[in-house]
Write a protein that binds this ligand. Structure first.
Ligand SMILES: Nc1nc2c([nH]c(=O)n2[C@H]2C[C@H](O)[C@@H](COP(=O)(O)OP(=O)(O)OP(=O)(O)O)O2)c(=O)[nH]1
Length: 138
């Protein structure tokens, strides 16, 4: 807490789609959004009443026209990170099976990246431990 009072806590759910070659899908946050230009894992805010899995399924559908089945989402790690203005809590899933071919529905750039190469893409601070976990544990 500081003079401005407690920071809001933001609950976000995200997912690494893994293709048959072991590459990971990342998306570049479009202009106009907070953290524009940084590369992130697909996902978004968890809405009231949603489970993290439901939030991931909804966000993948909206952002990428991809349909994972909920049971194909495997919990992998979670993030708890203090940004200057908010605190993010982010359950993070792996998914190897989905329907559809990822489309950049929100004008975002997409990239399929090998885990060793993730560090070459600038990511939000909260994602850095996730990129390291993917490198070490996949
Ligand atoms: N989707 C996603 N968001 C991340 C990651 N890392 C990270 O710090 N974030 C932050 C950025 C945002 O402050 C927040 C996600 O909010 P968002 O704006 O993408 O969510 P949303 O799609 O629900 O957005 P909106 O409807 O409010 O525009 O979490 C990540 O890997 N993926």
């Amino acid at each position: 807490m500081d003079a401005r009072g407690p920071k809001p806590v933001l609950y976000v759910a995200a997912c690494a789609l893994l293709d048959a070659d072991g590459r990971i899908l990342i998306a570049r946050r479009p202009e106009g959004k907070p953290m524009a230009g940084l590369w992130e894992f697909p996902g978004g805010k968890i809405e009231p009443g949603e489970t993290p899995e439901q939030a991931v399924v909804r966000e993948l559908r909206e952002e990428l026209s991809v349909e994972p089945c909920e049971r194909c989402l495997h919990p992998f790690a979670f993030v708890s990170h203090a940004y200057p203005d908010f605190h993010i809590v982010m359950p993070f899933f792996l998914c190897r099976t989905w329907d559809g071919f990822p489309q950049p529905n929100e004008g975002q750039e997409l990239a399929w990246v090998r885990k060793e190469k993730l560090r070459e893409y600038r990511m939000p601070a909260a994602d850095l431990p996730l990129a390291a976990e993917l490198r070490d544990r996949l």
